[in-house]
Design a protein around this ligand. Sequence first.
Ligand SMILES: Nc1nc2c(ncn2[C@@H]2O[C@H](COP(=O)(O)OP(=O)(O)OP(=O)(O)O)[C@@H](O)[C@H]2O)c(=O)[nH]1
Ligand SMILES: [Mg+2]
Ligand SMILES: [Zn+2]
Length: 293
Amino acid sequence: MPEGILIRGIGSFYTTRTDDGGEFVLRAKKKFRRLGLTPMVGDRVRFTPGTGEEEGWVEEILPRRSAFVRPPVANVECLLIVLSPEPAPDWLLAERLLVECRRQEIDSVLVASKSDLDGGALAETMRRDYAAAEAPVFSVSARTGEGLEALREAMAGRLCCLAGQSGVGKSTLLSALTGLDLESGELSQKIARGKNTTRKAELLFAGDLRVFDTAGFSLLALSGRMEPETLRLYYPEFIEYEGQCRFDECLHDREPGCAVTAAVLEGRIAPVRQERYRQILAEVREAWNARFD
Ligand SMILES: Nc1nc2c(ncn2[C@@H]2O[C@H](COP(=O)(O)OP(=O)(O)OP(=O)(O)O)[C@@H](O)[C@H]2O)c(=O)[nH]1
Ligand SMILES: [Mg+2]
Ligand SMILES: [Zn+2]
Protein backbone atom coordinates (compact mmCIF):
# COMPACT_ATOMS: atom_id res chain seq x y z
CA MET A 1 0.00 0.00 0.00
CA PRO A 2 1.37 3.46 -0.84
CA GLU A 3 2.64 5.68 1.96
CA GLY A 4 2.69 9.45 2.17
CA ILE A 5 2.71 12.43 4.47
CA LEU A 6 -0.36 14.61 5.04
CA ILE A 7 0.38 18.12 3.86
CA ARG A 8 -3.04 19.75 4.11
CA GLY A 9 -6.48 19.13 5.55
CA ILE A 10 -9.59 20.97 4.41
CA GLY A 11 -12.88 19.85 5.90
CA SER A 12 -12.85 16.08 5.76
CA PHE A 13 -10.42 15.96 2.82
CA TYR A 14 -6.73 15.38 3.34
CA THR A 15 -4.01 15.85 0.79
CA THR A 16 -1.15 13.40 1.06
CA ARG A 17 2.19 13.55 -0.68
CA THR A 18 4.30 10.53 -1.53
CA ASP A 19 8.10 10.50 -1.38
CA ASP A 20 8.28 10.87 -5.16
CA GLY A 21 6.15 14.02 -4.99
CA GLY A 22 2.76 12.66 -6.09
CA GLU A 23 -0.28 14.22 -4.39
CA PHE A 24 -3.55 12.45 -3.56
CA VAL A 25 -6.74 13.77 -1.99
CA LEU A 26 -8.11 11.33 0.59
CA ARG A 27 -10.81 10.93 3.18
CA ALA A 28 -10.32 9.33 6.60
CA LYS A 29 -11.97 5.99 7.30
CA LYS A 30 -14.72 6.04 9.95
CA LYS A 31 -12.68 3.73 12.16
CA PHE A 32 -10.39 6.65 13.06
CA ARG A 33 -13.28 8.49 14.67
CA ARG A 34 -14.14 5.40 16.70
CA LEU A 35 -10.50 5.28 17.80
CA GLY A 36 -10.63 8.97 18.73
CA LEU A 37 -7.90 9.65 16.20
CA THR A 38 -7.97 12.62 13.84
CA PRO A 39 -5.44 12.77 11.03
CA MET A 40 -3.04 15.67 11.44
CA VAL A 41 -0.88 17.51 8.97
CA GLY A 42 2.54 15.87 9.20
CA ASP A 43 1.11 12.39 9.79
CA ARG A 44 2.65 9.57 7.81
CA VAL A 45 -0.20 7.48 6.42
CA ARG A 46 -0.81 4.36 4.38
CA PHE A 47 -3.57 4.91 1.85
CA THR A 48 -5.67 3.63 -1.02
CA PRO A 49 -5.53 6.09 -3.91
CA GLY A 50 -8.80 7.22 -5.49
CA THR A 51 -9.80 5.92 -8.89
CA GLY A 52 -11.29 9.06 -10.36
CA GLU A 53 -14.80 7.78 -9.72
CA GLU A 54 -14.22 6.75 -6.12
CA GLU A 55 -12.33 8.77 -3.58
CA GLY A 56 -9.13 7.61 -1.93
CA TRP A 57 -8.88 6.65 1.72
CA VAL A 58 -6.47 7.07 4.58
CA GLU A 59 -6.16 3.47 5.80
CA GLU A 60 -3.59 3.75 8.56
CA ILE A 61 -1.90 6.52 10.52
CA LEU A 62 1.66 5.54 11.45
CA PRO A 63 2.78 6.20 15.04
CA ARG A 64 3.57 9.86 15.71
CA ARG A 65 6.99 10.93 16.81
CA SER A 66 5.57 14.12 18.28
CA ALA A 67 2.34 16.06 18.20
CA PHE A 68 1.07 19.54 19.00
CA VAL A 69 -2.62 19.97 19.67
CA ARG A 70 -3.07 23.61 18.76
CA PRO A 71 -2.16 23.99 15.97
CA PRO A 72 -2.55 20.31 15.14
CA VAL A 73 0.73 19.24 13.58
CA ALA A 74 2.47 15.89 13.88
CA ASN A 75 6.05 14.68 13.60
CA VAL A 76 7.78 18.04 13.94
CA GLU A 77 11.52 17.38 14.23
CA CYS A 78 12.68 20.93 14.79
CA LEU A 79 10.65 23.83 16.16
CA LEU A 80 11.75 27.33 15.19
CA ILE A 81 10.66 29.65 17.99
CA VAL A 82 10.36 33.09 16.44
CA LEU A 83 10.61 36.29 18.47
CA SER A 84 10.84 39.84 17.18
CA PRO A 85 11.60 43.31 18.49
CA GLU A 86 8.11 44.38 17.34
CA PRO A 87 5.71 43.05 18.61
CA ALA A 88 7.73 42.75 21.83
CA PRO A 89 8.85 39.21 22.68
CA ASP A 90 6.45 37.00 24.59
CA TRP A 91 9.20 35.28 26.58
CA LEU A 92 6.87 32.99 28.48
CA LEU A 93 5.44 31.63 25.24
CA ALA A 94 8.99 30.92 24.06
CA GLU A 95 9.71 29.26 27.40
CA ARG A 96 6.60 27.04 27.17
CA LEU A 97 7.56 26.06 23.65
CA LEU A 98 11.09 25.16 24.77
CA VAL A 99 9.73 23.00 27.58
CA GLU A 100 7.27 21.30 25.25
CA CYS A 101 10.09 20.55 22.81
CA ARG A 102 12.27 18.99 25.47
CA ARG A 103 9.36 16.99 26.76
CA GLN A 104 8.66 15.57 23.31
CA GLU A 105 12.33 15.36 22.33
CA ILE A 106 11.92 17.84 19.49
CA ASP A 107 14.94 19.97 18.59
CA SER A 108 14.43 23.67 19.10
CA VAL A 109 15.97 26.76 17.58
CA LEU A 110 15.47 30.37 18.67
CA VAL A 111 14.99 32.87 15.86
CA ALA A 112 15.32 36.62 16.41
CA SER A 113 13.48 38.05 13.41
CA LYS A 114 13.35 41.57 11.93
CA SER A 115 17.00 42.19 12.85
CA ASP A 116 16.82 45.24 10.56
CA LEU A 117 14.69 46.90 13.28
CA ASP A 118 17.14 46.57 16.18
CA GLY A 119 20.54 45.85 14.68
CA GLY A 120 20.59 42.36 16.19
CA ALA A 121 20.07 43.44 19.81
CA LEU A 122 17.35 40.85 20.44
CA ALA A 123 19.56 38.04 19.16
CA GLU A 124 22.32 39.18 21.53
CA THR A 125 19.96 39.08 24.49
CA MET A 126 18.84 35.62 23.49
CA ARG A 127 22.43 34.38 23.13
CA ARG A 128 23.27 35.70 26.58
CA ASP A 129 20.24 34.25 28.36
CA TYR A 130 19.78 30.99 26.44
CA ALA A 131 23.42 29.99 25.85
CA ALA A 132 23.00 26.92 28.04
CA ALA A 133 19.42 26.13 27.00
CA GLU A 134 20.43 23.88 24.11
CA ALA A 135 18.65 25.99 21.52
CA PRO A 136 20.92 27.75 19.03
CA VAL A 137 20.05 31.37 18.23
CA PHE A 138 19.67 32.73 14.70
CA SER A 139 19.43 36.40 13.86
CA VAL A 140 17.47 37.00 10.66
CA SER A 141 15.74 39.66 8.63
CA ALA A 142 13.33 38.75 5.86
CA ARG A 143 13.62 42.35 4.73
CA THR A 144 17.40 42.48 4.24
CA GLY A 145 18.06 38.75 3.87
CA GLU A 146 20.48 38.74 6.81
CA GLY A 147 20.97 35.30 8.36
CA LEU A 148 18.59 33.49 6.01
CA GLU A 149 21.19 31.17 4.51
CA ALA A 150 22.45 30.01 7.91
CA LEU A 151 18.91 29.34 9.07
CA ARG A 152 18.08 27.50 5.86
CA GLU A 153 21.07 25.22 6.43
CA ALA A 154 19.94 24.47 9.98
CA MET A 155 16.47 23.55 8.68
CA ALA A 156 17.51 21.36 5.78
CA GLY A 157 16.63 17.68 5.97
CA ARG A 158 14.27 17.79 8.94
CA LEU A 159 10.61 18.51 9.32
CA CYS A 160 10.50 22.04 10.72
CA CYS A 161 7.77 24.20 12.12
CA LEU A 162 7.72 27.92 12.84
CA ALA A 163 6.04 28.99 16.05
CA GLY A 164 5.55 32.29 17.78
CA GLN A 165 3.04 35.01 18.54
CA SER A 166 1.10 36.72 15.77
CA GLY A 167 3.01 39.35 13.84
CA VAL A 168 6.58 38.25 14.57
CA GLY A 169 7.04 37.58 10.85
CA LYS A 170 6.71 33.81 10.48
CA SER A 171 4.94 33.86 7.12
CA THR A 172 7.18 36.59 5.75
CA LEU A 173 10.23 34.63 6.88
CA LEU A 174 8.86 31.46 5.36
CA SER A 175 8.30 33.20 2.04
CA ALA A 176 11.86 34.53 2.11
CA LEU A 177 13.26 31.10 3.01
CA THR A 178 11.29 29.08 0.48
CA GLY A 179 10.65 31.58 -2.30
CA LEU A 180 6.94 30.73 -2.04
CA ASP A 181 4.42 33.52 -1.96
CA LEU A 182 2.64 33.12 1.37
CA GLU A 183 -0.02 35.11 3.09
CA SER A 184 1.27 37.72 5.50
CA GLY A 185 -0.42 40.77 6.84
CA GLU A 186 -0.02 44.18 8.34
CA LEU A 187 0.17 44.07 12.11
CA SER A 188 -2.26 46.92 12.66
CA GLN A 189 -4.94 45.40 10.44
CA LYS A 190 -4.62 42.05 12.16
CA ILE A 191 -4.99 43.49 15.63
CA ALA A 192 -8.02 45.42 14.45
CA ARG A 193 -9.55 42.17 13.20
CA GLY A 194 -8.33 40.29 16.27
CA LYS A 195 -7.32 37.35 14.14
CA ASN A 196 -4.23 35.66 12.91
CA THR A 197 -3.35 36.08 9.26
CA THR A 198 -2.40 32.45 8.88
CA ARG A 199 -5.39 30.30 9.77
CA LYS A 200 -4.52 26.75 8.83
CA ALA A 201 -1.59 24.42 9.09
CA GLU A 202 0.07 23.41 5.89
CA LEU A 203 3.23 21.51 5.15
CA LEU A 204 5.34 23.21 2.49
CA PHE A 205 8.08 21.70 0.34
CA ALA A 206 10.80 23.84 -1.23
CA GLY A 207 14.12 22.36 -2.31
CA ASP A 208 15.49 20.50 0.70
CA LEU A 209 13.17 22.32 3.10
CA ARG A 210 10.07 20.76 4.58
CA VAL A 211 8.31 23.21 6.84
CA PHE A 212 4.89 23.83 8.37
CA ASP A 213 3.21 27.20 8.09
CA THR A 214 0.86 27.49 11.05
CA ALA A 215 -0.97 29.95 13.23
CA GLY A 216 -2.25 29.61 16.74
CA PHE A 217 0.83 28.77 18.75
CA SER A 218 0.22 31.94 20.73
CA LEU A 219 -2.50 30.02 22.59
CA LEU A 220 -0.15 27.29 23.66
CA ALA A 221 -0.59 26.03 27.17
CA LEU A 222 1.58 23.08 28.09
CA SER A 223 -0.32 20.19 26.62
CA GLY A 224 -1.27 17.37 28.90
CA ARG A 225 -0.54 17.46 32.59
CA MET A 226 2.91 17.59 34.03
CA GLU A 227 4.00 16.88 37.56
CA PRO A 228 5.62 20.03 38.95
CA GLU A 229 8.65 17.86 39.91
CA THR A 230 9.26 17.10 36.22
CA LEU A 231 9.62 20.65 34.93
CA ARG A 232 13.16 21.20 36.24
CA LEU A 233 14.43 18.28 34.17
CA TYR A 234 13.68 20.31 31.02
CA TYR A 235 16.09 23.07 32.03
CA PRO A 236 19.53 21.86 30.87
CA GLU A 237 21.37 24.54 32.89
CA PHE A 238 19.90 23.14 36.14
CA ILE A 239 21.03 19.55 35.61
CA GLU A 240 24.56 19.84 37.00
CA TYR A 241 23.16 21.22 40.27
CA GLU A 242 20.71 18.37 40.83
CA GLY A 243 21.33 16.71 44.19
CA GLN A 244 23.28 19.69 45.57
CA CYS A 245 20.35 21.53 47.15
CA ARG A 246 19.65 21.36 50.88
CA PHE A 247 16.38 19.52 50.26
CA ASP A 248 16.27 16.41 48.11
CA GLU A 249 12.89 17.42 46.71
CA CYS A 250 14.00 21.01 45.93
CA LEU A 251 12.17 22.45 42.92
CA HIS A 252 14.68 25.33 42.65
CA ASP A 253 11.88 27.78 43.35
CA ARG A 254 12.41 29.70 46.59
CA GLU A 255 13.59 26.93 48.89
CA PRO A 256 16.48 27.79 51.25
CA GLY A 257 19.84 26.27 50.37
CA CYS A 258 18.98 25.88 46.68
CA ALA A 259 22.08 25.24 44.55
CA VAL A 260 20.38 26.62 41.42
CA THR A 261 19.52 29.90 43.17
CA ALA A 262 23.15 30.07 44.35
CA ALA A 263 24.35 29.53 40.78
CA VAL A 264 22.08 32.35 39.60
CA LEU A 265 23.46 34.69 42.29
CA GLU A 266 27.01 33.77 41.29
CA GLY A 267 26.26 34.52 37.64
CA ARG A 268 26.51 30.92 36.39
CA ILE A 269 22.87 30.71 35.30
CA ALA A 270 20.99 33.53 33.56
CA PRO A 271 18.64 35.12 36.13
CA VAL A 272 15.76 35.37 33.63
CA ARG A 273 15.88 31.63 33.08
CA GLN A 274 15.13 30.95 36.73
CA GLU A 275 12.54 33.74 36.82
CA ARG A 276 10.75 32.33 33.80
CA TYR A 277 11.10 28.81 35.16
CA ARG A 278 9.36 29.96 38.36
CA GLN A 279 6.49 31.44 36.35
CA ILE A 280 6.08 28.28 34.29
CA LEU A 281 6.32 26.22 37.48
CA ALA A 282 3.42 28.22 38.94
CA GLU A 283 1.35 27.45 35.83
CA VAL A 284 2.23 23.77 35.94
CA ARG A 285 1.36 23.61 39.66
CA GLU A 286 -1.99 25.23 39.07
CA ALA A 287 -2.87 22.81 36.26
CA TRP A 288 -1.65 19.88 38.35
CA ASN A 289 -3.67 20.88 41.41
CA ALA A 290 -6.78 21.29 39.24
CA ARG A 291 -6.37 17.88 37.59
CA PHE A 292 -9.26 16.26 39.48
CA ASP A 293 -11.65 19.22 39.16
N1 LIG B 1 11.04 45.38 9.39
C1 LIG B 1 10.67 44.11 9.15
N2 LIG B 1 9.35 43.79 9.13
C2 LIG B 1 9.00 42.51 8.90
C3 LIG B 1 9.98 41.50 8.68
N3 LIG B 1 9.35 40.32 8.50
C4 LIG B 1 8.02 40.57 8.61
N4 LIG B 1 7.80 41.90 8.84
C5 LIG B 1 6.48 42.55 9.00
O1 LIG B 1 5.81 42.04 10.16
C6 LIG B 1 4.40 41.95 9.96
C7 LIG B 1 3.87 40.58 10.30
O2 LIG B 1 4.44 39.60 9.45
P1 LIG B 1 3.77 38.15 9.20
O3 LIG B 1 4.74 37.38 8.37
O4 LIG B 1 2.38 38.28 8.70
O5 LIG B 1 3.70 37.59 10.70
P2 LIG B 1 3.20 36.13 11.20
O6 LIG B 1 4.11 35.74 12.30
O7 LIG B 1 3.07 35.19 10.07
O8 LIG B 1 1.77 36.47 11.82
P3 LIG B 1 0.50 35.46 12.00
O9 LIG B 1 0.24 34.78 10.71
O10 LIG B 1 -0.59 36.40 12.42
O11 LIG B 1 0.86 34.51 13.11
C8 LIG B 1 4.18 42.34 8.48
O12 LIG B 1 3.77 43.68 8.44
C9 LIG B 1 5.55 42.17 7.86
O13 LIG B 1 5.74 43.04 6.77
C10 LIG B 1 11.39 41.88 8.67
O14 LIG B 1 12.32 41.09 8.49
N5 LIG B 1 11.66 43.19 8.93
MG1 LIG C 1 1.45 34.05 9.35
ZN1 LIG D 1 17.23 23.75 44.32
